[in-house]
Structure formats: structure tokens, C-alpha cells
Design a protein around this ligand. Structure first.
Ligand SMILES: [Zn+2]
Length: 108
């Protein structure tokens, strides 16, 4: 059954991944559609939705989606920008070491 309609490709695969992580068989399905852009012309596109293969897990799946919708299920970097202890450069959290002097970020 269809459990979720995604806004874009990445979201569809992210949601399917969330469900699979929880042990629910899920897959992304796409359907072609044409979006009218005015003056009678249209552009081809794809609407993606996420389907679960075991309908009995609908309740569990909807719980996961509800958490996702409220932001609880979205992985985020747990900490913010960090400052290099040697040279003082400020870095985004996804960088593991200083681009300026190579000092590693020692996350305590
Ligand atoms: Zn540095």
C-alpha cells in the first residue's frame, strides 16, 4: 500500500530508508506525470511515492512517518560548528579536521 507521497526524489528514498531501518519492507515507486506550465505546454516529471509491502505494518509505518514529519526522524549533525584549537578557524560540523592547519577535531 502507498504510505507516503514525496516532494522530491531524495525525500522518497530517505523515507523508504527510514522504514527499512525499522524492519518494514518499503520501496519507492514512481509514476510519470506531466506538469502544466501554462499556455498549453507541459513538462514531463515523476511523482514518487513510498509503498510498504506488508500492509499489517501500516500503523508502525505511520508512526515513523509522523515522527519524520515533526522532525524527530531527521538525522542532524548533533553538534554545531567547531573552532580549531590551534588556529581558531571555524568549521562546519561535517568537517573532521581543520582545512587550514590539519588539526583534527577532537569531539569530546
Ligand atoms: Zn586549524
Amino acid at each position: 500500500m502507498k504510505i507516503f507521497e514525496a516532494q522530491h526524489h531524495a525525500e522518497a528514498h530517505f523515507v523508504a530508508g527510514l522504514l527499512q531501518t525499522a524492519g518494514i519492507s518499503a520501496e519507492v515507486r514512481g509514476e510519470s506525470l506531466y506538469t502544466t506550465v501554462g499556455a498549453g505546454s507541459s513538462i514531463p516529471g515523476m511523482r514518487l511515492s513510498v509503498w510498504i509491502l506488508e500492509d499489517r505494518k501500516e500503523g508502525q509505518a505511520r508512526g515513523i512517518l509522523a515522527a519524520y514529519m515533526t522532525g524527530e526522524g531527521i538525522p542532524t549533525f548533533s553538534d554545531g560548528p567547531w573552532k580549531c584549537p590551534r588556529c581558531g578557524e571555524i568549521h562546519e560540523p561535517q568537517f573532521a579536521s581543520c582545512w587550514n592547519c590539519g588539526t583534527e577535531n577532537n569531539k569530546e
